[in-house]
Design a protein around this ligand. Structure first.
Ligand code: UT7
Length: 338
């Protein structure tokens, strides 16, 4: 049982894994009607990591999970939460396989599906397991083989997305400890579900029993509309998370925002009042790794010294669903493993 006063989730480790194969804008230009200049200026992306044939979400998740556990300095947790848009199979969830491959057979393990907000939903879920006394230690992984959903001929999405995984280890602790996860705000708007969607392969089409037209097989995004929703939702939820934490924008040492598009991050940070030198970014070399982007950025920023122990951090994300979220925390003294 969780003892009174130790029901807050505290981050004790962080890790990330990006598959070694990369695709530059110049390689994309060879097969798509686009330019390096367009992709860089409209998204901030120069390169993305892409899985090799045979690699799956579980492989990415296992590697990121192993690294986070190494960072935390132990190999036991009571639960594994896997946020992913690309589970290896519709049934069962991918998390139990990931847990077993990490030597954790027997622990609670399940998937969370919130597209690009997946990590924040997973973090809140892990923190909830700790608050409820269900678990003392939780491994929260966000892993995406997102390029498996992408139409290679769609210039509106192919330049944006990449594959990768990030993870954190949580333990039961106190709210005043470094690493304590602060108020976490989550939201959704299913009325706009069609703005970011894969048309088929889920239960709705299976129930129809109809054939799968090519157009519906791949991920589609109404970019301009999604852009506007992303800016508005993340701006508002960031402001609300600051209020909930009793912080102002001036208290934030680093904004760690979902790496959807460099222009989206700038607009959100401008709205919230966080200057450029206090915005973490890795989108240029990583692209948009959907739900994995926040923990991958945490690991990258901690590794390059942008994120340091004691820093007050504002996390935010937005994605399909639509879904969004934000959380605050004070960064602990942990060594990331990448
Ligand atoms: O990860 C969470 C969810 N995702 C997001 O939050 C992403 C949100 N959306 C975006 O990041 C941006 O909307 C995109 C990067 C997807 C697109 O950028 P945009 O500035 O919104 O471009 P647009 O869709 O308004 O298109 C502008 C023009 C269009 O041409 P016209 O109609 O002005 O002649 C497009 O056909 O750019 C054209 N275009 C391209 N041109 C060259 C669209 N994609 C490309 C391309 N290369 N790859």
């Amino acid at each position: 049982m969780t003892r009174a006063g130790t029901s807050t989730a505290v981050i004790t480790g962080v890790g990330a894994y990006l598959p070694p194969n990369t695709v530059s804008n110049h390689e994309l230009v060879e097969r798509l009607d686009t330019t390096d200049e367009w992709i860089r200026s409209r998204t901030g992306i120069a390169r993305r990591h892409v899985i090799s044939p045979g690699t799956t979400t579980a492989d990415l998740a296992v590697e990121a999970g192993r690294r986070a556990l190494k960072s935390a300095g132990h190999d036991r947790v009571d639960a594994v939460v896997l946020a992913t848009t690309t589970p290896d199979r519709p049934c069962p969830a991918t998390a139990p396989e990931v847990a077993s491959r990490l030597g954790l057979t027997g622990v609670a393990a399940f998937d969370v599906s919130a597209v690009c907000t997946g990590f924040l939903y997973g973090l809140a879920t892990g923190a909830g397991l700790i608050a409820a006394g269900t678990a003392q230690h939780v491994l929260v992984i966000a892993a995406e083989a997102f390029t498996t959903l992408i139409d290679p001929e769609d210039r509106a999405t192919a330049p944006i997305f990449g594959d990768g995984a990030g993870a954190v280890v949580l333990r039961a602790g106190r709210a005043d400890e470094p690493g304590a996860v602060g108020p976490t705000l989550l939201g959704s708007d299913g009325e706009n579900a069609d703005l970011v969607a894969v048309g088929t392969s889920g239960g709705a089409r299976r129930a129809d029993g109809g054939p799968l037209p090519r157009e519906e097989r791949y991920f589609r995004m109404a970019g301009r509309q999604v852009f506007r929703h992303a800016v508005t939702r993340m701006s508002v939820v960031c402001a609300d998370a600051l209020t909930a934490a009793d912080w102002t924008a001036a208290d934030v040492d680093l904004l760690v925002a979902h790496q959807a598009n460099a222009r989206i991050t700038s607009a959100v940070a401008d709205f919230v009042g966080i200057p450029p030198e206090r915005r973490a970014s890795n989108i240029e070399l990583v692209g948009n790794t959907a739900g994995a982007s926040v923990p991958v950025l945490l690991a990258d920023a901690a590794a390059d010294g942008t994120l340091r122990p004691g820093h007050r951090v504002l996390l935010t994300a937005f994605g399909g669903g639509l879904t969004w979220g934000a959380a605050t925390l004070v960064w602990p003294d942990v060594s990331p493993v990448l």
